[in-house]
Structure formats: C-alpha cells, structure tokens
Design a protein around this ligand. Structure first.
Ligand code: GLP
Length: 261
C-alpha cells in the first residue's frame, strides 16, 4: 500500500487526478470505477480542468459508478447519476453509452445488479477503482457488518450514512433513501488498482483504523490492506493520526513502483 500525504485538499485531489490520468493513458479501453460524495468533487474539478487543457482524454474509457440510492431514477437531484452528470459527465468526452450506473429505480433490483455485473465483466473488469471512505469505514455502500457481500447487491443504509448524505436531500436525512445498490467489496477488490481518496480532519480516525487497524468486515475499507496495488491519497488533516506512513508531498504521486513509506 502506497500512502501519499499531500499538504492540502486541492493537492490531494490533483494527485488523485494524476492517477486517473495515468489510467486513461493505458492502451485499450480503460475501465474506471468512480465514486460520489463531497471528497470526489475536487477530484472531478481537477479532471475537468485537465480535460480542458488537453491532458485527460476520456474517449476510450468506460466508467462504472460504485453505487446508487435504491428507488431513485437518474433524474432525481439527489441521485448519484445527477451528481455524476453535474460534476463530470457533462464536462468531458466520455461516450454516453460507456457511463454505467446502477439504476436505482429498476423494478427488479436483482435483474439490475446482474445486468450491471454482466456489463462490467464484458468491459473486462475495473482497471482502476477510485473510492472514498465513509465515516464508519464503508466503501461504496458496503456498510460495516459481520459479513460482507462480494458482488453488487442491495444494502440497507446505516443511519449515520443517511445523515452523511443528507445534503442531496435538502439536508433532511429522513428523506435519504433507506436502501442502495452497491458494488460488492469483491467487485472493488477485483480492480487492478484501487485509489482511496480521503480528505479533512473528520476522516482522520477512520483512515487510521482502515490503514493501521486489523483487517475486518467491521471496517470494510480495511480490506484494502490485502489488495496488491492500493494508493491512498490523503491531505494533511486526514493523515493526521497516521504515524510514519508517507511523507508530505507537494509534487503529486511518485512513479509506479516507488515507495512512500
Ligand atoms: C457515500 C458514498 C461513498 C463515499 C462516501 C464518502 O455514502 N456512498 O461512495 O465514498 O460516502 O462520502 P464523502 O466524500 O461525502 O465523505
């Protein structure tokens, strides 16, 4: 696991965007797993800037979003589909048929998750999964539990997760859907590379547990410790409780194969 500590949120987002840009340059059709959430906003801003400067070409890429609220169609302003259009899709040259989202409003969610996994398998699996981390250690919507589900599935959201997502629902957490569809932990860990982006002081404690604590389904993000190619990109505040992992870097990610610890 490579841990990059950056001096600011903007620098962390820019370092993560370097890693996405690197994946976009790979030969063939790069397949990206993409997150939503406040942490992802500066990352998408950095990617849109790069794209406008001619330094990020999405024309060959396919994207798969990590999760979506159950019961919402992509026109709902609180949906992750709406979030992706606003922050990324409408600004870059992604082919419309290559942005894959779970359809939260699908009548038959079992068929929907099977369709999504099939599309992902047809695309060849994820080359790069970019993930955020929930305050309780969730990855996508894989909530802490005695057991986790490997593949895409329907989940009941923790109350704390609904509260954390209230901003998309007029700050009324009771309006946040009770369930979601989410890639499974195995789907995420099957990605050839995983980039975890976490910023802000409120993430420091869970980042420490996920990176330095035991590997446990009670902290789903801790399972990243067993993946062979994970890059953790943190700002100073989110890295505050880590000791001896990485050095502050103002220059973005090191070249592949170098170590930060
Ligand atoms: C949300 C999303 C996750 C996201 C996480 C962190 O609930 N389902 O995919 O990574 O929580 O969100 P934020 O970046 O807003 O803290």
């Amino acid at each position: 696991m490579r841990v990059l500590k950056l001096p600011s949120t903007t620098a962390a987002a820019s370092a993560a965007s370097d890693l996405v840009a690197e994946a976009l340059q790979a030969s063939g059709a790069p397949v990206l797993g993409l997150p939503t959430g406040r942490t992802a906003v500066p990352l998408y801003r950095a990617l849109v800037r790069r794209h406008r400067a001619g330094r990020a070409d999405f024309s060959r890429a396919a994207t798969f979003n990590l999760d979506e609220f159950a019961g919402l169609d992509a026109d709902h302003p609180g949906s992750y589909g709406a979030f992706m259009r606003e922050h990324l899709f409408q600004h870059v040259n992604l082919a419309p048929g290559r942005t894959h989202l779970l359809r939260g409003s699908a009548k038959d969610w079992r068929m929907e998750i099977a369709r999504f996994e099939r599309r992902l398998a047809e695309a060849g699996g994820l080359d790069l999964a970019v993930v955020g981390i929930g305050l309780n250690g969730h990855l996508a919507f894989n909530e802490p539990a005695p057991q986790l589900v490997a593949r895409t599935h329907r989940v009941r959201l923790a109350a704390s997760t609904r509260r954390a997502n209230a901003s998309g629902f007029g700050n009324r957490w009771q309006d946040v859907p009770t369930h979601a569809l989410s890639m499974g932990i195995g789907t995420i860990l099957s990605a050839r590379r995983v980039v975890l982006l976490a910023t802000g002081p409120h993430k420091a404690a869970i980042v420490q547990r996920a990176l330095s604590g035991p590997v446990t389904t009670r902290v789903p993000a801790s399972l990243l410790q067993v993946h062979p190619d994970v890059v953790v990109v943190l700002d100073r505040a989110a890295a505050a409780l880590l000791s001896g992992r990485g050095r502050p870097s103002a220059s973005g990610p090191r070249p592949a194969g170098s170590r930060a610890d």
